[in-house]
Write a protein that binds this ligand. Structure first.
Ligand SMILES: NC(=O)C1=CN([C@@H]2O[C@H](COP(=O)(O)OP(=O)(O)OC[C@H]3O[C@@H](n4cnc5c(N)ncnc54)[C@H](O)[C@@H]3O)[C@@H](O)[C@H]2O)C=CC1
Ligand SMILES: N[C@@H](CC=O)C(=O)O
Length: 580
């Protein structure tokens, strides 16, 4: 990851070369999610998809040969507005809290030519307030003139929007392109010779050699404000920093091989993970999928040739990462142990496994020099373990409390809206929210397993499930929910733990929360976690905690982290070989 985490805020700009169609939206979501999970406040600036702007221009010219700027600006702005809306939907599917803004809401004021305007102001107060609520997505290329009219920033103007916003916010800025940085000449246009990539280049050099890669107005603005930014391809492990320089060529590395993955389990989450890995074939290669139910695997497009029945044989095949998405304690525990001993990294979403055997497996991974990653085991897309780790690094934590089970929260909402118990449970199962055995959700076991993982991250203790006092939602009915609502309260299943003089205490139980409580309005499959430090302000985080796509997002982020780390190691080895 490109140092987004060191900055409080990061502006990520996705241009038409990387968002060619709706099919590219999930890949942009992976980049956005990783930056958000790392604790950055994320502002996303988008262009129109692919050649949408050209198509709109052709459409305009079919109607009127010399269109009036007001109408043309209004028409072209729909390209970016469409991408913003579509990306908003893709982020929602992934369970990431998102705020969509239009140029007027963002206060993006311009001056000058209506079709080639200069940005002069942005409503920073509004932006900062929106960033407290989630990832902010807004259109590039479009602003509002002095009288509120739609204005455009000239072709490639989304670069200008991104650089301008980042400079004003004091944020990091990454412009994602379909090249992994600035080259001495456009690699797509050169018919002979090998253009060289810059690791670092001045604004002037970028303007001289950049051709169409960065909008000249964005470069002029950056140069005038001595503002550095990055040009990268999605999932880049290399990039170019455009700034004060001096110019420096990159040491070219051997292109990275795809990370080889053995997938164990292809149900709700495994099916989502497989379909994304298949779409990311340049980065990952699935070498086999171990399943119990062939039909389910075939239905998400796993080819016959990849389906295997013997998970042990699959783990023993040459591979880099084993992704365990079968769930339950056995055979998952035995297989994960085998994978770690064979020096495979392991990614899992299995909280039952990590709650029961985490201490042992973490030690085994360390002994074998591999990673055991399990972000998805708590909170789906909610980056709960990461937020707790950051809070702990900043100072001692007093307590944690959260709504950590999506199924029960969803069921409580369905009961409140008139559904019967059986219907509500069936709906949670059909949507893929519930555990294979839904009683684990209903009786509070799933939330208790999650609080075991969080207590380990917050306090370094290994609680056993038996130590956790727990009560689920099985005794709650619609009448009790209605009574609570009449008193201005919401019933939520809350898992919590805190340090006391006697150690760490944890519990799971339904609570009647006043509307003003930060967990009271947790809706549907949303999860929320409140982290209270010994000193300083509490932190509340939210995100979708269950379902195929939120959980897939989290598993994918673990895999991208492993890919990133592996490439750092191999490029360091290459440098050492050169020195030797
Ligand atoms: N569904 C969700 O929203 C979330 C699930 N998780 C966790 O992710 C894991 C997977 O959950 P889901 O995909 O929902 O479950 P699922 O029941 O839909 O999928 C599990 C798949 O693994 C297969 N499987 C089980 N044992 C196997 C074996 N021995 N060999 C080969 N395949 C085997 C099953 O046939 C099934 O297709 C679980 O640990 C769960 O707790 C975590 C976060 C959210
Ligand atoms: N069954 C779990 C799935 C995610 O962990 C839930 O409903 O929260």
């Amino acid at each position: 990851m490109i140092e987004a985490e060191k900055h409080h805020a990061v502006v990520l700009k996705f241009g038409s070369s990387v968002l060619r169609s709706e099919d590219d939206l999930p890949s942009a979501v992976h980049e956005i999610y990783r930056a958000w999970r790392d604790g950055a406040q994320v502002i996303v600036v988008v262009s129109a998809l692919g050649d949408a702007t050209d198509q709109l221009l052709r459409r305009a010219s079919r109607i009127c040969e010399q269109p009036e700027p007001a109408a043309l600006a209004a028409l072209l702005a729909t390209g970016e507005a469409t991408t913003v809306a579509l990306l908003g939907l893709a982020l929602d599917r992934a369970g990431i809290p998102t705020r969509i803004l239009d140029p007027a809401q963002a206060g993006l004021r311009t001056r000058g030519d209506r079709l080639d305007a200069e940005l002069v102001a942005v409503d920073l107060e509004r932006l900062r307030a929106e960033l407290q609520q989630g990832v902010v997505v807004l259109p590039g290329f479009v602003g509002r003139g002095e009288h509120g009219e739609t204005t455009l920033l000239g072709r490639g103007g989304s670069d200008f929007t991104a650089v301008f916003l980042a400079q004003r916010l004091g944020a990091r800025c990454i412009l994602f392109k379909n090249v992994d940085g600035l080259y001495t000449a456009d690699p797509a246009a050169v018919s002979w010779g090998q253009p060289r990539r810059f690791a670092r280049a001045t604004w002037e050099t970028a303007k001289r050699v950049g051709g169409g890669i960065i909008q000249p107005k964005a470069l002029d603005f950056a140069a005038a404000h001595r503002f550095s930014f990055i040009i990268a391809a999605p999932w880049a492990t290399v990039w170019t920093e455009i700034g004060a320089g001096p110019d420096e060529y990159a040491t070219e590395r051997t292109p990275a091989m795809p990370v080889r993955i053995a997938l164990l389990g292809c149900g709700t989450v495994g099916g989502g993970v497989y379909s994304r890995l298949a779409a990311l074939a340049g980065q990952f290669e699935v070498i086999g999928v171990s399943v119990r139910n062939r039909e389910r695997a075939l239905s998400v497009g796993v080819p016959e040739g990849l389906i295997v029945q013997d998970p042990e044989a699959l783990i023993d095949k040459p591979c880099d990462v084993v992704v365990e998405l079968m769930g339950g304690l056995e055979p998952a525990a035995t297989l994960v142990e085998r994978a770690l001993r064979a020096r495979r990294h392991v990614v899992t979403a299995n909280k039952a496994l990590i709650a029961a055997k985490g201490e042992h497996l973490i030690a085994l991974a360390a002994e074998n020099g591999v990673r055991l990653a399990y972000s998805a085991a708590v909170g789906g897309a909610l980056p709960a373990l990461e937020a707790v780790a950051r809070a702990r690094a900043a100072g001692p934590i007093r307590s944690l409390s959260g709504v950590l089970n999506g199924t029960t929260n969803f069921i409580l909402d369905q009961l409140a809206s008139g559904m019967s118990w059986d219907e509500a449970v069936r709906a949670a199962q059909e949507e893929g929210y519930a555990e294979a055995d839904p009683s684990l959700d209903l009786d509070g076991t799933d939330a208790a397993q999650k609080i075991v993982l969080l207590a380990r991250a917050a306090f370094g203790v290994n609680l056993s499930l038996d130590e956790i006092e727990r009560e689920g939602i099985t005794r709650i009915d619609a009448a009790e929910i209605a009574r609570a609502r009449a008193e201005g309260k919401m019933i939520r299943l809350v898992a919590s733990c805190e340090r006391t003089a006697d150690g760490v205490n944890a519990r799971v139980r339904p609570q009647h929360l006043p509307q003003s409580h930060p967990l009271a309005s947790t809706a549907g499959i949303e999860n929320r976690l409140l982290i209270e430090p010994e000193a300083g302000a509490p932190l509340l985080i939210a995100g979708k905690g269950a379902g195929r796509w939120p959980t897939t997002e989290s598993v994918l982020a673990d895999l991208f982290d492993i890919r990133w780390a592996a490439q750092q190691v191999s490029s360091n080895e290459e440098v050492e070989e050169c020195i030797a």
